[in-house]
Design a protein around this ligand. Structure first.
Ligand SMILES: NC(=O)c1ccc[n+]([C@@H]2O[C@H](COP(=O)([O-])OP(=O)(O)OC[C@H]3O[C@@H](n4cnc5c(N)ncnc54)[C@H](OP(=O)(O)O)[C@@H]3O)[C@@H](O)[C@H]2O)c1
Length: 261
């Protein structure tokens, strides 16, 4: 089928060249690691990509957007409620088929340990990893509801599972934040019943990124060799493609299996 290229005006000022019937994804934390790879892979699939980040000037993200005219970069800190509202106002009326809550932080892992607890770090981690996904979902709720696919995916971690984490202990604040975010996806499914929105948490596996290096150093067990962001993200995209109302609210591994709470 002949692909029509159109210029889609999104709110005020944001112009993205995209296929006429392209689906749209909004990704948080897309300046590096897994978020950057999501932006690349969805752009290559012809989606309209709204790649959000705190550091919009990051060289790799800028280069990606230069190479793919269907990527628009937008500034977004998921803990900045006014900033989230400002972007939502800019994108008002624009359907968003898929929101990927990818942004997250780990912080100084020593401060997650008994005897070294830092409440400010705990608050920052919970604010970013647990409140961030629900704040962004709330702000873009109408955009998602107005779309074809209506999907909200939070990138989780096996470390957030009580029964299926390979090791429990260390990175305590991070584990708590991911368990909370998993609960949020389940709970939002119930609270927005009738909206048609599908929620899921998807774990990327152990992936070769900056965060993985910090995770690996913090755990007292030998971790397996990390996989590449490309392997993880292509697996997660298959999982996201297969999401339906029937499996909404669940936690999946990038390989497609369910992860228990
Ligand atoms: N890598 C792994 O092995 C692994 C395993 C399990 C789960 N995960 C999850 O996968 C996701 C991506 O992690 P990654 O491995 O790609 O880590 P990463 O390379 O450290 O990237 C994290 C991303 O989150 C962004 N971020 C942090 N705080 C933010 C905020 N307040 N607002 C907006 N963006 C913020 C970072 O932006 P800045 O550059 O501005 O800090 C960065 O873009 C996270 O949810 C992580 O928990 C990763």
């Amino acid at each position: 089928m002949k692909k029509l290229l159109t210029i889609t005006a999104i709110g005020l000022g944001l112009i993205v060249a995209s296929a006429a019937n392209a689906a749209t994804v909004l990704i948080t934390g897309s300046n590096k690691g897994i978020g950057l790879e999501f932006a690349k892979e969805y752009a290559e699939k012809g989606w309209t990509v709204i790649a959000t980040a705190r550091h919009t000037d990051a060289a790799e993200l800028q280069a990606l957007a230069k190479a793919h005219k269907n990527i628009a970069i937008e500034k977004l800190d998921v803990t900045d409620l006014a900033g989230i509202q400002a972007l939502a106002a800019k994108l008002k009326g624009k359907p968003i088929d898929l929101l990927i809550n990818n942004a997250a932080m780990l912080g100084d892992t020593k401060q997650h340990l008994m005897g070294h607890f830092n409440r400010d770090l705990f608050r920052q981690i919970m604010d970013t990893n647990a409140y961030g996904p629900i704040a962004v979902t709330e702000a873009f709720f109408e955009n998602i509801k107005a779309s074809e696919q209506k999907k909200v995916v939070s990138i989780t971690s096996q470390a957030g599972s009580i029964s299926q984490s390979p090791y429990i202990g260390a990175i305590l604040f991070y584990r708590m934040s991911k368990a909370a975010a998993n609960m949020a996806m389940q709970s939002l499914k119930a609270d927005t019943k009738g909206s048609g929105i599908i929620f899921a948490s998807v774990a990327p596996g152990l992936v070769d990124t900056d965060m993985e290096k910090e995770l690996g150093n913090a755990l007292p067990i030998q971790m397996p060799k990390p996989i590449s962001p490309a392997e993880s993200v292509s697996g997660m995209i298959k999982v996201i493609d297969a999401l339906t109302a029937q499996n909404s609210g669940k936690v999946f591994n990038y390989t497609g299996e369910n992860i228990a709470f």
